[in-house]
Design a binder for this molecule. Structure first.
Ligand code: SAH
Length: 230
């Protein structure tokens, strides 16, 4: 009995580091093959993609697919984006350590964690309550103390914490919500998929100029889950 117990502990002691190392290798592989190979160069973004434990943020039945080159289901009809798209959107907003960033569509919490590796403050809003709660729990367990989250309709942004240096929207909207443009700092950047639901949308970059004027640029065809309203 005692021997069996000791063997169990010895196994746990050796297997946990092996498991952690395997996941680290999968992440390095993901960054080389999916992220760097497709042209992402920002060092901070590459290092964040190497660090965030994506397998700790997906549902249990998706853990083995966590580092694959595709979106994954996270329940409630929602998905966690393909790693490359997360890296691309992160690079586009040009994150710097002293920034404050708003994300609309917490989902699994993965994009928020990638941002939190780079910038000081991340605010993230999710409309589906159970997803928001699970993400908050997982992000707390991973020790991300610089992420503040709430469950609400992200259309209205987060007035109390505005203005933001950058905004990332991870659900496709037919138009750019005006409150989000208002809550962007002059000189700030927003990245958002714009287009009809269940079709191919355009990933747009919004750049807000001094004086509040803004212009948009079309970056990439993408497919995101729809931006929903309460
Ligand atoms: N950034 C997420 C991707 C999640 S998919 C990740 O890294 O996993 C997009 C998410 O946006 C979904 O969870 C969906 O519920 C949420 N969403 C859709 N409309 C929203 C809205 N109006 N406000 C906040 N979240 C919204």
């Amino acid at each position: 009995m005692r021997l069996g117990f000791s063997i169990l502990w010895i196994l746990i002691y050796f297997l946990i580091p092996v498991y952690a190392q395997q996941n680290e290798e999968s992440r390095n592989h993901m960054v080389e093959r999916q992220i760097k190979a497709r042209g992402i160069e920002d060092k901070a973004v590459l290092s964040a993609m190497r660090n965030v434990q994506r397998h700790q943020l997906v549902p249990k039945d998706q853990v083995r697919n966590a580092y694959e080159d595709r979106p994954l289901p996270i329940g409630h009809g929602q998905t966690i984006s393909q790693p490359y798209i997360v890296a691309f959107m992160t690079e586009v907003i040009q994150p710097e350590p002293n920034m404050k960033i708003l994300e609309i569509g917490t989902g699994s919490g993965y994009q928020a964690a990638v941002l939190a590796e780079i910038v000081d403050e991340v605010y993230t809003i999710e409309i589906v309550e159970p997803l928001g709660k699970t993400a908050r729990r997982n992000l707390n367990n991973l020790g991300y103390s610089n992420i503040t989250s709430k469950i609400a309709d992200g259309f209205y942004g987060w007035e109390e914490h505005a203005p933001f240096d950058a905004i990332i929207v991870t659900a496709a909207s037919e138009y750019i919500p005006p409150p989000l443009i208002e809550q962007l700092k002059d000189g700030g950047r927003m990245v958002i998929p714009v287009g009809a639901p269940f079709t191919t949308q355009h990933l747009m970059l919004v750049e807000k100029r001094k004086g509040g004027k803004w212009k948009t640029r079309n970056l990439l065809p993408v497919r995101f889950v729809p931006f929903t309203r309460n």
